[in-house]
Design a protein around this ligand. Sequence first.
Ligand code: HEM
Length: 431
Amino acid sequence: MSQIQIPGSSGYALMSDKSLEFYKDPMHFCNSRIHSYGSRIFQARLLNKPTLFVCSVKGMKELLCEKVNVFDTSYTTSMCKLFGDTVCFTNDLICPPCQTGEEAQLLRLSLMQLFRGKMLDSYADYINRVCARNLKDFSLSSEPVAVYTMFKRLATELMLGIFLNADAEESAALSKQITQLSTQHWHGLISAPVKVKVSVWSSAFTQALEAKEKLLNIINERLQSEEDGLISKIKNVPFPENTNATQHLLLFISALIPKALASLLTSFTVELAGTDKINIRKRAQENEDYLNHVLLEVERLWPSFIGGRRIAKQDTTLCGYMVPKGYLALFVAFAVHRDPEIFDNPDEFQPERWSGRNAGQEKLLCCFGNGSRNCIGIDLNNVILKTAAGYLLNHYSWDLDPPNQSLHYKWLPVSRPAEDPKIKFTCSSKT
Ligand code: HEM
């Protein structure tokens, strides 16, 4: 094994913890260290644990693909408590051909059937309808639209309709109740990861656990009453004893997913706003391949999530650096996606790169994870993103209103301009 030490220092407990600095501005945190260490792999202490930061494509591929059997997924305790037993938290025996935990892999295969092929086609009409319902008539109002809030509402409606058969118009009260509970559940996830005493009833975490119980009850009722759609099919998934359909539906309807979709749709809209982007919008409207490349470029520059966490099960190496057993590893999506070894002019929005130097290299991105533990909702996400983006391109021109808004991005809990961008949509000449 190579003996090269990882650049940087994990220091000693608490005193050297860099969590605050990281959470305040993750991009600056990573870029300044990449610059001073001259390495896209470095270490620091995060959440009081020695952590390896992986900011190169090569490192991300080694972590998530070649060494998937050496690094387990490692979510925070609060996340496990709030979501319960789901595929995300399953790590177990290694299955040699697919190089990942057998139990997790079987569960993934079963769940993925719900998001592929004919099942996916069966959601297409619903996705079209909900997009049209939420995105129509923008040009009738003189007011600009706060796009992140609007896309979050759209994505929440989609998730509740697809996963629980709870349509925002037909079951308005239920839909509202679930949305409020999901928000309360979410606030527990983003509250500081502290130990919660039973006596501290007012804490966001305790309230989130209460919301979780209420959501589980609603989901169970829907599971018993609904005979169509995904919710009826998920009952046939052969879940292992310790995990079940209810818990997975809780994960799928959580606020996490609408926020991630809204993040990408907001970045798409902002990136293509303005009269100077008229040709890009026209080309994306007329050419599906080009629209795919535009969306890839949005995912590359503005991935919704910071990345994902792993833990080393044994002493190992990554990109030649020594990684001791028990070290955490964080792949940082925005930094991986701006690796200049792979992406020329990495900070520039250039959809053309996907038909040029980076043609066929979509698998070097990690907006939806990578390797055998990547996102099982990728195909569903793509249908939703393309339908919503396609609707906007077919019906509108758009621009920032007012023109000089701050578009400074925040990265946590999902990436987006810190102030919700206001966009004025006008009917495009074709419609
Ligand atoms: C824009 C929307 C979404 C984004 C950006 C996203 C992103 C991700 C990422 C980055 C991972 C990998 C995490 C890691 O490696 O630690 C992941 C895993 C996962 N995603 Fe998504 N996701 C999205 C939507 C969805 C949807 C709609 C579903 C529901 C079907 C879903 C279900 C999952 C599951 C179950 C996993 C865990 C897979 C495993 O551990 O084997 N995601 N997602």
